[in-house]
Design a protein around this ligand. Structure first.
Ligand code: ATP
Ligand code: MG
Length: 627
């Protein structure tokens, strides 16, 4: 099938197209209408249909692939691996669902899950889906305060946590964080279910509130729990955005539309079919983890690999060892992850047999060309950049090897995926810009299946965050983009991050890429800082590769010179600061807004998702010292 024909049909005949795609999943009751768009911009896909994510991810495969592996969990932290067939998964999920039922959790109740990348996190998610409870997975690395905020937003009936997580060999007890979060929250969950890995010997259970999973599991082992058939548009889960541009938004996902979109994306974008192996390096707490560690591969009847640990431990070859060992066909990671490896010796990329590996997909942040070339050359595979948001749940821009794949253009995540009517429009006039010109990337509603249905409990925020930027009713991605003559879209950065130097608008990304072409630079973050004369000037914060030959001052001079050569004098960085670490969110995104705030002597804003406070401290010190 040609990409062009497939895509065109999704746009010109959306109901026929999605009606066909819907056949890829099991419906307990057929939809009455493929699309109900009577209340724009809210829309309902597959209205009146009844289905269930857990049934589609697990039960449905028992007959044909009960003995095939469904889930492989590898932990370099605990030095363990676990292989779970569909039949075993079915048993574990039923048992977990029976435990949830025994704790009085039912359809529509919210359940907060606070666990690292371990098998029980997947069991818990699927068990919620089975009984129609709405899960809200909170990334295990978040502090008590973050957890408390999410508890208050979701008002859960139950919180499920692990006794502890681990990072870089260090045990991080979760339970004390849960206790503190419950203390801080105004609507703490009445019950806390603790899944112990035996990592925290000092764990203390609160009488009357905390229950030990192992005990309940033994009691309910082997139980069968009926699937709760949900109307297609009932909520399946809540998930928060990364908080890169401000306070995280609670994305609400549906059931039927999500399942159909994932089924489509698995074969057409990720080129993974039943029986094949997909390895995503994400944490289950992120959008990628939800869609491509849990629901997508399982709905497709594939095998999903879940990894707990650093990309560099026990050594920087761990990801490739996993690919070799389990015969991974498609791997999914992030530019940030690859940049971590790039600081290490490239020979680590060559030590393993990657003959089964076909594709490496990267998403989450702009993929700079030097990094793309480095990894392409290093593993000798096709690297596919794909662009999406927590909100969309699956790619908006990608290349589609499951159809006839169009050629890669470095720097671009490619072409629109089925159902996405994309435009690039001028932020002032709201009119479409010409090919090659910069504008805001927007999606023409109705949003396709899989995208958020609203912001949890806050329709007003849904409208104001995404639909209120232009006179026309369009979904703003809040990203800045260029579309070329061939329809390839290039993402230039966040609309907040545009730098205006004496009337010239520059994308932070263009300057960052230029800096990254310097040999000694590992990563660069560029922000616009207010300037009396020019309005704004670009300021660079950069980290250097280990063992490079240039001093920080030399590297700064090289970056300045490179930017001027490549982008012109107007883009010349006014100041370059070399630091040891850049402030990032826990999901690995550069917190440019905080860098900018510090550089302009303002408050750094919402830091609830900041990864390493030390990185921000270092930036403060660098600013005090001067460039
Ligand atoms: P918040 O919405 O809370 O500010 P966030 O936007 O970082 O946080 P996510 O949903 O995790 O939350 O990230 C989506 C954003 O990541 C996109 O809007 C875009 O800015 C960026 N992004 C994702 N993939 C790509 C890509 N392939 N190329 C460029 N940018 C990307
Ligand atoms: Mg966002």
């Amino acid at each position: 099938m040609r990409y062009e024909d497939f895509y065109r049909r999704s746009i010109e005949e959306p109901e026929a197209f999605w009606g066909e795609q819907a056949r890829a999943i099991h419906w307990h009751r057929e939809p009455e209408r493929i699309l109900d768009y009577s209340n724009p911009p809210f829309r309902q896909w597959f209205a009146g249909g009844e289905t269930n994510l857990c049934y589609n991810a697990v039960d449905r495969h028992l007959d044909q692939r009960g003995d095939q592996l469904a889930l492989i969990t590898v932990s370099s932290e605990t030095d363990t691996a676990r292989e779970i067939t569909y039949r075993e998964l079915h048993r574990e999920v039923n048992t977990f669902a029976a435990v949830l039922r025994s704790l009085d959790v039912g359809r529509g109740d919210r359940v907060v899950i606070y666990m690292p990348n371990m098998a029980e996190a997947v069991f818990a998610m699927l068990a919620c889906a089975r009984i129609g409870a709405v899960h809200s997975v909170v990334f295990g690395g978040f502090a008590a305060h973050n957890l408390a905020l999410r508890i208050d937003d979701a008002t859960p009936k139950l919180l499920i946590c692990a006794d502890a997580g681990m990072r870089g060999g260090k045990v991080i007890p979760y339970k004390p964080l849960v206790d503190a979060a419950c203390e801080e929250a105004s609507s703490p969950p009445p019950k806390v279910l603790v899944v112990s890995r035996g990592l925290d010997p000092d764990i203390a259970l609160v009488q009357g509130r905390d229950v030990d999973y192992a005990k309940l599991r033994a009691r309910h082992d082997g139980a069968q729990v009926d699937v709760e058939w949900l109307e297609s548009n009932e909520p399946s889960y809540l998930l928060y955005t990364s908080g890169t541009t401000g306070k995280p938004k609670g994305v609400q996902r549906d059931v039927g539309g999500y399942a159909v979109a994932l089924a489509l994306s698995m074969w057409s974008i990720y080129d993974v079919r039943a029986g094949q192996v997909m390895f995503s390096t994400s944490d289950v707490g992120w959008a990628v983890g939800h869609s491509y560690n849990v629901y997508g591969p399982l709905i497709a009847g594939a095998t999903s690999v879940l990894y707990e640990g650093l990309p560099t431990s026990p050594d920087p070859g761990i990801w490739w060892r996993i690919c070799e060992r389990y015969g991974v066909r498609t791997m999914f990671s992030s530019p940030t992850g690859i940049r971590v490896l790039k600081k290490q010796d490239a020979s680590w990329l060559k030590k393993h047999d990657l003959s089964k590996l076909q594709w490496l997909f990267l998403a989450g942040e702009p993929l700079d060309e030097p990094t793309a070339h480095w990894i392409t050359d290093g593993i000798g595979k096709t690297i596919i950049d794909n662009y999406w948001q927590t909100e969309t749940g699956w790619p908006v821009l990608a290349l589609m090897p499951g159809l006839d794949m169009k050629p890669v253009k470095f720097g671009s995540p490619g072409l629109p995926t089925p159902g996405y009517r994309l435009r690039v429009i001028d932020d002032g006039t709201g009119l479409d810009v010409a090919p090659g010109e910069k504008g805001v990337l927007v999606i023409e509603p109705p949003l396709p299946p899989g995208c958020l249905t609203t912001v949890w409990n806050d329709d007003a925020r849904f409208l104001s965050s995404y639909f209120s930027h232009f006179r026309e009713l369009v979904y703003s991605s809040l990203d800045w983009a260029i579309r070329d003559e061939d329809g390839y879209t290039f993402i230039l950065g966040r609309t907040d991050d545009v730098i205006n130097v004496a009337g010239h608008r520059l994308g932070t990304r263009e300057i960052e890429e230029s800096c990254a072409t310097c040999n000694s630079v590992a990563e660069a973050a560029v922000i616009g800082v207010s300037d009396d004369l020019k309005g704004q000037v670009p300021v660079v914060f950069a980290t250097l590769k280990q063992g490079g030959s240039e001093s920080p001052a030399q590297a700064a001079a090289t970056m300045r010179q490179r930017v001027v050569e490549q982008l012109g004098a107007v883009a010349r960085p006014a100041r370059v600061y070399v630091v040891n670490a850049l402030p990032k969110t826990r999901s690995g995104k550069l917190l440019r807004r905080s860098l900018q705030a510090l550089a302009e002597s303002r408050d750094p804003g919402d830091l609830s998702t900041l990864d390493d406070p030390g990185a921000l401290e270092e930036v403060r010190r660098a600013l005090e010292r001067g460039a």
